[in-house]
Design a protein around this ligand. Structure first.
Ligand code: DLL
Length: 432
């Protein structure tokens, strides 16, 4: 099933024409309504009339998270406040939150892309969807909520946390779809086992997981734990929230809804646009957003784009699972390490749980990495020798994959803190 056949299977040339028209109208709007952009465009000698095709996109200036901070809270909005019907915000690690606004039409666009996303995962109006993303300033809960209602599914707006209640309603209401972060999904799966709930009492068939990076190995783990098909959904508040892109049943990357969000991959150091297939920083231009249209927003997420038609029949460009964010990348003794690489190594071994923590320190001017990971119940024995052997195997695999040594600390099941939202995987004590 395809929610919007016309858009999702559109020929490339027709899509490019549509994107060009929308870009042109967007530049016109921001030039006249957002002083920040008028100034930026004027500095580069660009007039709205100069933009006549999508090929001109690469000549336009970038927007960064810092620009949003500098214009806190509303100065990048392109419409008067009376047209804003919703505000969301994401809290950064430092300073003020990033604030985003929506007009009535923006909410409709958002509902449309989330309905397309859910349809990709096989969700229909006959499904009961348990939305366990946080409701509130975070875009996950309300984003999935409106999209699922637009689709016509029955929504359980339970929000994140309160695991006992999640399991109770899941059984009593017969939820067929769960939407939450992959780390919380792993936790729910674990809780189902612990409570000895019979598989027949759970009707789940699909999971809509995103908001944080997760690996193929994590997908296998969650699918087994919950007995479902796990789908990846991507998005960020600045562009709209969840529903910027979504995986279909072919599970070969996430289709970007590029009639609304035009993607580019750039070299993060030079800003140069890279061809399809190359790894770089993902950049989006949300061309149809009314309240907060951003020019070439730098996401910091690292991935690749592919333009071939998918087995599902959709022509929309696909992005690979994110490797991570450039600001999540750890540089340990000069070696680049992404938490997702550690996750792959650990889960491939099948002896640990999907709960781990990376702790980075600097001792005598030397970086150290400690990997804390929970051992599965059945492997956790008091036999020191066995645990030591497991520790050695993990260390060996980490060394051969990442090229650096680490301290591996095996911890008891259920001792690493669980999160109902985005998991905190790294503690970097180096104050770099
Ligand atoms: O996390 C929106 C969202 C909610 C997406 C629910 C999916 C599901 P922010 O809080 O603004 O918005 O965080 C955006 O999260 O730049 C990525 O680094 C990361 N992220 C989001 N989805 C994925 C994903 C929401 N599927 C930031 N895989 C983004 C990897 C993801 N990273």
């Amino acid at each position: 099933m395809i929610w919007n056949q016309h858009i999702e299977t559109m020929e490339r040339e027709e899509m490019r024409t549509l994107q060009g028209e929308r870009l042109q109208s967007m530049v016109e709007r921001i030039y006249h309504n957002v002083p920040f952009y008028r100034k930026k465009l004027q500095e580069q000698g660009i007039e709205p009339g100069d933009i006549t095709s999508i090929d001109h996109l690469r000549h336009l200036p970038f927007t960064t998270k810092q620009d949003l901070r500098d214009n806190y809270p509303f100065s990048l909005f392109a419409v008067p406040q009376e047209q804003i019907v919703r505000l969301h915000a994401s809290s950064g690690t430092t300073g003020k939150p990033t604030v985003v606004g929506y007009t009535h039409r923006d909410i409709q666009t958002w509902s449309e892309v989330v309905a397309r996303s859910l349809t990709m995962a096989g969700v229909t109006r006959n499904d009961i969807i348990q939305v366990a993303y946080g409701y509130g300033l975070f875009t996950g809960g309300l984003g999935l909520h409106y999209g699922a209602e637009h689709l016509g599914a029955s929504v359980i707006p339970i929000s994140g946390g309160n695991t006992k209640k999640q399991l109770q309603l899941m059984q009593d209401f017969g939820s067929t779809v769960i939407a939450c972060t992959p780390s919380y999904a792993a936790f729910l799966g674990e809780a189902i086992r612990q409570e000895h709930i019979a598989p027949g009492d759970i009707k789940l068939k699909a999971g809509i997981f995103g908001a944080e990076p997760w690996t193929e190995e994590m997908r296998q783990e969650i699918q087994e734990l919950l007995g479902i098909t796990a789908f990846d959904i991507y998005g960020l508040s600045e562009i709209i929230g969840p529903g910027v892109s979504m995986e279909c049943s072919a599970q070969q990357g996430m289709h970007i809804f590029e009639d609304h969000f035009i993607p580019e991959i750039i070299n993060p150091d030079t800003g140069e646009v890279l061809p399809y297939g190359e790894l770089g920083e993902l950049v989006f231009t949300p061309v149809s957003k009314e309240a907060l249209p951003l020019l070439r927003y730098r996401t910091r997420d690292l991935t690749r784009l592919h333009a071939e038609t998918c087995d599902c029949g959709r022509t929309l460009v696909r992005m690979e699972k994110c490797v991570g964010r450039s600001d999540d990348m750890l540089i340990i003794r000069g070696v680049n390490v992404f938490p997702s690489q550690v996750e792959s190594v650990l889960l491939e071994m099948n002896e640990t749980t999907p709960h781990y923590l990376l702790i980075v320190n600097r001792e005598h001017n030397l970086d150290t990495l400690e990997i804390q990971v929970e051992v599965q119940d059945q492997f956790f024995s008091d036999e020191i020798a066995e645990l030591e052997a497991l520790q050695k195997r993990i260390l060996h695999n980490i060394q051969s994959t990442l090229g650096i040594s680490a301290r591996v600390k095996l911890v008891e099941p259920r001792t690493i803190e669980r999160s109902a939202g985005k998991a905190q995987r790294v503690i970097d004590n180096r104050n770099l």
